[in-house]
Ligand binder design. Sequence first.
Ligand code: NA7
Length: 539
Amino acid sequence: MTKPPTTVTDYEVLVVGAGFSGLHLLHRLRGAGHLVHVVEQAPEVGGTWYWNRYPGARCDVESVDYSYSWDEDLQQEWDWTEKYPAQGDILAYLKHVADRFDLRKDIDFNTTLTGAEWDESQGLWTATADDGRIYRARYLLMAVGCLSVPKDIDLPGFDKFAGPVLRTYDWPEGEDLKGRTVGVIGTGSTGAQVIPALSETVGDLTVIQRTPNFVIPTRNRPLHDGELEEIKADYADRRVRNRSHPAGVFRSDNEKNAFDVDAQERYATFQERWEGGGINFLGSFADLMFDQAANDAVAEFVHAKIDEIVDDPATAASLKPRSYPLGAKRPVIATDYYETYNKDNVHLVDVKRNPLDTFTEKGFRLADGTEYAIDTMVLATGFDAFTGPFTKMDIRGTDGRSLAQVWNREGARTQLGFGAAGFPNMIIVAGVGSPSVLANMVTAIEQHVEWISRLLDTMREEGYTKIEAQESAQEAWAQTVEDVAAMTLWPNGDSGSWYRGANVEGKVQLFMPYAAGIVEYGNAIDKSAENDYEGFVLS
Ligand code: NA7
């Protein structure tokens, strides 16, 4: 194939990514008169929701809340059908948004940026695509998602395995592995969705589990007659309520602590919220994420549920998380997860008890010599979270410094989540140092897009062309992010969580999302903006 001739295109703003963040940025900045363009590696909009099309993929935030709030007509005309949206529903919604607001004309699809370099003398970023196209822009907006680069394969002897390998991350459209003998590795949010779904179609399913997760039932259901109309009548107020909760989605959290009540009331509270399903379970008591004894109580409740649901006692024992508090790994919301292990065609292999020795041509072998025959392997092994999309690109800031080198050596630090010292005019959307994954991602994105849009308007009005994070402010913010996390149980135990980069061998461990939530965070970023963008240098 011949490469297209190198072309150079100039914009004021170049946005990388056409998921929830990139689409909103394009609409908002274009509407404010900025010359903005988007590049997207996929052939379609959607970002995370374009790629993750594995069987069972579904969001754990309710449909009506996991959607844009910035256009009343849009939210009134779009009809969600289920309480929790399936991947295909979210993708259909984002395609509709792209069409309805005529966004596609400013997006280059099938375009992967390999690098971007800051030119100090001109005050411009020059970004290069894998086909040689070059984009120049004053601002580089990284709307690349937190979970968009899969973790490298780190499984012993995996290259010996000769059968087909499917990754949940870029699942082939419509593949259901009917009748096959399948192995799944990974029991995080993705594994817990794909395992029950595949158990319906495959012949035989072997699940390789290293660390068990706390899995809370989703209780998904179709929206009742009239339910959507009722929500729509109150939509604007509902969005305000969502913004008033740290998690970016309104939850009726219990104000009592777990030991303010007796054992009977504690059990009844957990039980009621377990029956209700979803993340409301985490609001059972106010101190679940702060007090070890309260957390032990909720863990004990989930353990008892596993015993109740799972028939085989050895399997039930393996499924109980014991090495970290509930919440230290992202709690998993899934449908029929524990029930799936009662099926005759599903087997759990606990590789903490009996380690994985090696993959073989036709399956895998455990340390005690037991061999498993597999014809297709499914990898649900997670992501190089937050930093992966940045470090896989060659991003060069002031004096040619490499972002990958800085972040790989020192860990990822940002000023208020938006910028990194030494990388002027590179603005990050809903990533490291912001609430992002610890909140309803769409609300967190809207908060970021609004702040960025106000920043760019202000810079234009006041004649500024360069913004850069101050090193000292960035250090202080990274410390705040760490300190806030340390007030909770999230960093505790042996969780290996991607929240702090512990799932990737050799990654510098820093707690990456800002754990105080969107309300505190909103105050911090607004304060900076009101004080002439304190913590940044504008010039
Ligand atoms: P996660 O939550 O990082 O889960 C990855 C799973 O893969 C987890 O169970 C891992 O076990 C397992 N894994 C990864 N590498 C290995 C090796 N080498 N051996 C055995 N098991 C392994 O990713 P998900 O995609 O499920 O979810 C990510 C987020 O997407 C989720 O939190 C939602 O926000 C949406 P481990 O726990 O490391 O022992």
